[in-house]
Unconditional design. Sequence first.
Length: 263
Amino acid sequence: MGNFVKKAAGIGLGIIAIIILMAFFSTCTVIKPGERGVMVTLGKISPVVYPEGMHFVTPFISHIYAWDVKTQKINPSTTVFTKDIQQARLSYVVNYNLIPADVAKMHREVGKDYQDKIIIPTVEGTIKNVIGTWNAVDLIGNRAKATSDILVLLKENLIDDYINVTDFQIVDIDYSDAFERAVEEKVTAEQQAQKAKNITVQVQEEAKQRVLKAEAEAKAIQLQAQALANNKQLVELEYAKKWDGHLPQYMMGNTVPFVNIGR
């Protein structure tokens, strides 16, 4: 009988200890790094935002909900139309984080499904508005500019909804196969036209250089002939330059003849 009482008392003490431990742990909540807490007491949301660490609550009356405020990423895709009515499938990435000081407002006004309610509709609406200002071909060459414009607008549009956008990138713009073929053909045609133009310019320049060279040579000959005609001494000088050092065997006319006496 005594052993039975002791065993029963031990079991009772164990149960009491478990109840005490359960009561203790039910009164505290741990907010992990990168999170913020929002306390709700009997349906009323506290405006106080709880930082990382352990916080005590009243069991069965209050509860602290954890909100992730680290950088998060979404990478869906959407259908867009350009200014010239070209349809494309656009894939994108958005990096964002909840503004830590405003998570209690987000809890009260939106709830945990804020991505579907706020972020994705705002992002896709902004993308379509910006893409709609570009013609399809121009957008290909100005993708960085369109990306930058979208990021600026997203920051402005979401900051009032307690969301801080840190980055936006267009991953891919997938046009129809027919449009992409047309663009490739246009680029190829432009490259071939430029190549032909370059060849034409080269041929024209070479012909121009030949003409200039011929004109320069003709001008030089003309000047030389004119100089020789105007100055007999230059004629004699030219003959002297071309004399090979041998006297002629006979000289006719009014000149005094010379007889080749050999060497």
